[in-house]
Write a protein that binds this ligand. Structure first.
Ligand SMILES: [Zn+2]
Length: 558
């Protein structure tokens, strides 16, 4: 059977991308179900109905929207298996403004390129540089073109399998919810473990085909990534000490303490990870607020904020320890400052008495302390009471805060204090590892100097890929004991947070990201460079798989 050439790939991938973009699949929503069905149709249509070893929808267990992954499996001559991965959901289309009615219609947007260039930065320049080579539309590059590439390559391999000529085995999984809470890929983890057992497979790793873009102005490279950035969301519950505004030295303004700490940790490059020449962006807050609900003339007793921390290597335990250090220092500084101000202000008056010291605790420490005071049984009753008193509208950050405040109140401790914990989501980082998949990715980059392919370790965006691997030595407890809503054992409260950490550790896949190239993901100017994404990328993906197959066959012969 003839291997498709550039023109064949281009035509097919453009066709599939257009059909996928046409389906609205904003996460979470019904459209994600429609696009999963259409993905299966595309894999099987035109005579490939019976070419797959297994194909169908795998329901996301417990999903409120009843979404499913679209899965296809081809058992080849070897149980060595490569996994292709892509997400079929998108972010919303409101950012298109007056062009929103055309957001899912690449042809209509192409006819309105000038209007698009007015609202989207960089479009005019890109059109000058590569005229007629951009496909616009929501999902064009993030990442329906990536899914389309997987479909085209998978179809070619299905045809090979039918002739008994498929050297290795291949799985393709298209997931919903990537732009939201990654429910699809977390389901895929279970599916992959099941499939591995059922067919006695050995996984070479997963190839994700998500969005890639220029990393700096004028960047000529196309990137292949062998790992991924991760993310933690440390959260600080800051407790002051109540007092009337007329007598500020008798208490402590929680906002002052929170502000002092935010100043120390937000945009602090000492908290960046620096690994083999790549650096995470510094942390920033995503939310900061006091916890007053109405106007009064007391200083705020409590405030909280959460900090977005991107990671390449820092573990939950390490980050918590460092942030406790910052919290302790900020607390001491604020109290010291208060004493100094009071000395100046009061001159020879008598100094106020409260408060002169405070405490910094992790959620796990606070939990243990309270449990020792009141015993395990009463502790469970109290936690259940806190869950029951939770307003329904809270999101997962709000639920954590509710539990942390409840526990603090119940401890009987007095402020000032800073309680540190993690809010969802937790997204693991993945480092490169010695494996066949990564060495093949490097080989492919080397044999195509004309494409300026560059292999980098950490994919810079949050993606589904993160949930496919968790180092064996990962200390689960430092994370789970510090997420207030973490589900202990079987689910007992709606809204609990859970990740199948054991299953991810068991799967432990090497990953690469080899995706379409474009610009403006999550913006109205979203666009895919068609020549690369439709014509070149499928060929590269196919070459990676062929090279893997060649290596395996060579090893068998040895
Ligand atoms: Zn994406």
């Amino acid at each position: 059977m003839k291997t498709p050439g550039y023109e064949d790939w281009y035509t097919q991938v453009k066709h599939y991308t257009t059909r996928l973009v046409n389906i609205r699949s904003v996460s979470p929503g019904q459209g994600e179900i429609d696009v999963a069905h259409e993905t299966l149709n595309m894999l099987q249509e035109d005579g490939l109905e019976h070419a797959f070893t297994a194909i169908g929808l795998d329901p996301v267990v417990g999903d409120a929207c009843s979404r499913q992954n679209a899965c296809a499996f081809l058992l080849g001559q070897s149980p060595q298996t490569v996994i292709l991965l892509g997400h079929i959901d998108t972010v919303d289309t409101k950012d298109y403004g007056t062009l929103e009615p055309f957001a899912l219609d690449p042809a209509a947007l192409a006819a309105r390129q000038l209007a698009l260039a007015d609202i989207a930065p960089g479009v005019a320049e890109d059109l000058r540089e590569h005229p007629d080579d951009w496909m616009f539309g929501r999902g064009s590059v993030d990442m329906k073109s990536g899914v389309a590439v997987n479909i085209a390559v998978m179809r070619h391999m299905a045809a090979l399998a039918r002739e008994g000529k498929l050297a290795l085995s291949v799985v393709f999984i298209a997931t919903p919810d990537e732009e939201n809470e990654s429910a699809g890929v977390l389901q895929a983890v279970q599916y992959l473990l099941r499939l591995r057992e059922e067919y006695h497979l050995s996984y070479l790793g997963a190839i994700n085909t998500d969005y890639t873009t220029a990393l700096y102005a004028g960047d000529p490279h196309r990137y292949i990534y062998t790992g991924s950035v991760g993310k933690l969301l440390p959260t600080f519950l800051v407790i002051g000490h109540a007092t009337h505004v007329g007598e500020p030295f008798d208490g402590l303004d929680a906002n002052l303490l929170a502000a002092e700490l935010i100043r120390d940790v937000s945009m602090n490059d000492a908290l960046c990870d620096d690994v083999r020449g790549q650096r995470t962006p510094p942390p920033v807050t995503l939310k900061a607020s006091d916890l007053k609900t109405n106007y009064d003339v007391q200083v705020p007793i409590a405030a909280y904020f959460y900090l977005n921390v991107l990671t390449f290597s820092t573990t939950p335990a390490q980050l918590l320890e460092r942030l406790c250090g910052y919290a302790q220092a900020a607390l001491e500084r604020v109290l010291q400052r208060k004493i100094e101000v009071e000395r100046r202000w009061a001159s020879n008056h008598q100094l106020a008495r409260h408060p002169r010291s405070g405490i910094v605790l992790t959620y796990a420490e606070l939990y243990e302390e309270v449990e020792q005071q009141i015993g395990q049984e009463r502790m469970q009753t109290e936690i259940t009471a806190a869950w029951n008193s939770m307003p329904e509208a809270l999101d997962s950050r709000g639920r954590c805060l509710h539990l942390a405040r409840h526990l603090w109140t119940f401890s009987g401790e007095k402020g000032p204090a800073i309680i540190l914990y993690y809010s969802p989501p937790f997204i693991p980082h993945i480092a490169e590892m010695p494996c066949l998949l990564h060495s093949v990715a490097r080989t492919i980059a080397e044999v195509h100097p004309e494409l300026q392919l560059k292999v980098q370790e950490y994919f810079p965006f949050i993606s589904d890929m993160s949930y496919l691997r968790l180092g064996r030595g990962f200390e689960t407890a430092a994370l789970t004991a510090n997420i207030p809503t973490w589900q202990q054992g079987k689910a007992s409260h709606p809204g609990e947070y859970h990740l199948p950490l054991d299953a991810i550790q068991e799967l432990d896949l090497p990953v690469i990201n080899l995706g379409p190239y474009g610009k403006g993901a999550h913006q109205a100017g979203e666009r895919a460079l068609m020549s690369y994404s439709f014509g070149i990328l499928p060929q590269l993906l196919y070459e990676v798989i062929e090279t893997l197959a060649g290596e395996i066959q060579a090893n068998v012969k040895l």
